[in-house]
Design a protein around this ligand. Structure first.
Ligand SMILES: *[C@@H]1O[C@H](CO)[C@@H](O)[C@H](O)[C@H]1NC(C)=O
Ligand SMILES: *[C@@H]1O[C@H](CO)[C@@H](O)[C@H](O)[C@H]1NC(C)=O
Ligand SMILES: *[C@@H]1O[C@H](CO)[C@@H](O)[C@H](O)[C@H]1NC(C)=O
Ligand SMILES: *[C@@H]1O[C@H](CO)[C@@H](O)[C@H](O)[C@H]1NC(C)=O
Length: 169
């Protein structure tokens, strides 16, 4: 009698071997700059809100950034910095007219001032736009989708301030 592994078994094996990125571990005293074009993920923190806390940034088809895999978001949620500008694939970050973070290759008015700073506690790297953290605003007519804004002044939906840190794969 032949033994064939079941599909369910194979699926559980695949998911068990899935790669999960984790926040940067404490690296004692070593303080190093991220090398240029070093790829990283960005993680949102806001301990009071389950839909926002410990969620990575995802870039949707529209180029907008969400905290869940919304808008057919890309599987690859990697970013890099160059000359303090933020890139996803070859698209550069800018703000659209309502202050939402968006990745569009053809936009002149790209944002400069993105920076990373090692936390004094040594548990990771903060990610800011100059001195600012973004806000995450609930996307209307969705259950739990939150979108990233840096320039938003006129809130039409529920927004919460978040902190952002790097995830180094
Ligand atoms: C680029 O960004 C500016 C400022 O937000 C916006 O007005 C303009 O429509 C954008 N251009 C393109 C080509 O997306
Ligand atoms: C916008 O982009 C176009 C095409 O790359 C370029 O010719 C133009 O100088 C840019 N404008 C500004 C203000 O950067
Ligand atoms: C960040 O600061 C630099 C230097 O002051 C400035 O040129 C840049 O426009 C700032 N970026 C934003 C998004 O305000
Ligand atoms: C917010 O948006 C409304 C409608 O577009 C506008 O009338 C109001 O002036 C805006 N408020 C601020 C503070 O921008």
């Amino acid at each position: 009698m032949k033994f064939l592994p079941s599909t369910a078994f194979l699926l559980s094996l695949l998911s068990a071997t899935g790669v999960f990125a984790s926040p940067v571990p404490a690296t004692a005293s070593t303080k190093y700059e991220l090398s240029p074009k070093k790829k990283f993920g960005i993680m949102s923190f806001h301990s009071g809100n389950f839909n926002v806390h410990l969620h990575p940034f995802f870039v949707g088809e529209s180029g907008h950034v969400y905290l869940t895999q919304y808008d057919n978001a890309d599987q690859v949620n990697e970013f890099y910095l160059k000359d303090s500008q933020l890139f996803h694939k070859d698209e550069i970050a800018s703000l659209d007219k309502d202050g939402a973070l968006v990745f569009k290759s053809s936009n002149n008015s790209s944002l400069t001032g993105f920076n990373t700073k090692q936390l004094t506690t040594g548990i990771g790297y903060e990610f800011r736009l100059n001195t600012s953290f973004p806000v995450a605003c609930h996307v209307p007519n969705t259950n739990e989708v939150y979108q990233i804004y840096y320039g938003r002044e006129n809130h039409t939906s529920e927004c919460v301030g978040i902190a952002t840190e790097l995830i180094i794969p």
